[in-house]
Design a protein around this ligand. Structure first.
Ligand SMILES: Cc1ncc(COP(=O)(O)O)c(C=O)c1O
Length: 392
């Protein structure tokens, strides 16, 4: 074991929090935008302002192609997935509405829902997933009532790695007259998403995880027939004479100067994903995850959370180690092995209740497209070494 003295981790396994590294084309696009196109988009008719508007439109077009969205203007940019989820939940829900959600949710769905229970008198049912994070769509349908306005779910659990059957939930929402909100924080860029065939009315996504863009980027797809009350009101550069927020999209949902350089980077990230293809990214991450799962399952005293090896899952592998606090494991991995993972509760106390790890939390290792098989093997060796140093 050696002390960590370098600037960046030797092995980065925290891609579920934010992906790293980013493709060089992402930094290059951001730098180019800062040098050539960083005027205020939509707020002027000079050449650089028009170039800045084009940066945003190119981003919308790339994202629309990735998610099979017919009209790029149905995508509103946001700061992150949390911002997009708040736009959706606060924009849609009214007093008396009922929401069906799940016990897999991240705080970025749960906290806005709990706040809306207090402030708007909405009602929420959290349908339990099993301890490995599998969600039965029949249980979701059984929770739907005539007042259910929304089914709100994360596509992939950020603790357990389980994948929610979104297409089945889309069919339930259609059949029962509800809308479907999908939190794609763990799946955008990592699993295929098609808003049409999956029946998604609202898709919230971060730009900084699987889409390989910078932090401070994300977005929300809003079905063309669905009207949301804006989360923010203010300047859009359009219809400035009116005191009312414009009706036209995307301006209606994008008050204030946007993160144009960030969106330039996000667009380069999305184009990288499209060029590599989501399918090949999913295959590579699946292979890394299988190696990780197999290695951890074989270590005595290590308990891996989530679906069994062989079942479908995202590249998220959480575990506990008998006799070692997860935060200590993560600390040793960082300080002595220069390996970055995340420990604690991962912003999902509901997920930890589901997994039965409320008292301990867990260590989460989340590989990304740029990890290698040999890095995963080194990680497993490090966990074994820690295990030997702390016999239970
Ligand atoms: C399932 C899930 N939803 C939402 C979020 C929040 O994403 P952001 O940090 O982009 O707001 C995360 C972040 O880890 C997540 O894993």
């Amino acid at each position: 074991m050696k002390e960590n003295e370098s600037q960046s981790p030797a092995i980065y396994l925290d891609n579920a929090a934010t992906s790293w590294p980013k493709p060089p084309a992402v930094w290059a696009a951001m730098e180019r935008c800062m040098r050539e196109s960083a005027a205020n988009p939509g707020r002027g008719s000079h050449a650089m302002a028009i170039r800045a508007s084009r940066v945003l439109f190119e981003g919308r077009k790339s994202l629309a192609r990735l998610f099979n969205i017919a009209n790029p203007n149905d995508i509103a940019f946001a700061m992150n997935a949390t911002h997009a989820l708040n736009m959706a939940l606060q924009g849609l829900l009214r007093p008396g509405d009922h929401v069906v959600s799940t016990t897999l949710e991240h705080n970025s769905i749960r906290r806005p829902l709990e706040a809306l229970k207090r402030t708007r008198g909405i009602d929420v049912t959290y349908v339990p997933a099993d301890a490995a994070g599998r969600l039965d769509p029949e249980r979701v349908e059984a929770a739907v009532t005539p007042k259910t306005r929304l089914i709100a779910v994360s596509h992939g659990s950020n603790l357990l790695g389980s994948i929610v059957p979104v297409t089945d939930l889309g069919a339930i929402a259609r059949r029962r007259g509800a809308k479907l909100l999908v939190d794609a924080a763990q799946t955008a860029g990592a699993l295929p998403i098609d808003v049409e065939s999956m029946g998604i009315d609202l898709l919230a996504f971060p730009g900084h995880k699987g889409l390989m863009g910078p932090q401070g980027t994300g977005g929300l797809y809003i079905h063309p027939e669905l009207e949301l009350e804006p989360l923010l009101y203010g300047g859009t550069g359009s219809r400035s004479e009116s005191p009312d927020q414009p009706a036209a999209r995307p301006d209606r949902y994008e008050a204030g100067t946007p993160n144009t350089p960030g969106i330039a980077g996000l667009t380069a990230g999305v184009e990288f994903v499209r060029a590599e293809t989501v399918e090949s990214i999913a295959r590579k991450e699946r292979s890394l995850t299988d190696t990780l799962l197999k290695g951890l399952w074989e270590i005595p005293g290590v308990a891996v959370l989530g679906p069994e090896p062989g079942e479908e899952r995202t590249a998220v592998v959480s575990f506990t180690m008998e006799g070692v606090d997860p935060s200590e494991t993560a600390f040793i991995l960082d300080q002595q092995f220069n390996i970055a993972v995340r420990s604690g509760f991962h912003c999902t106390p509901l997920g930890h209740e589901t997994a039965g790890t409320t008292n301990t939390g867990a260590v989460r290792a989340s590989p990304g497209y740029f990890n290698t098989e040999s890095e995963i093997v080194s990680f497993i060796e490090a966990v074994k070494e820690i295990r030997r140093a702390y016999p239970s």
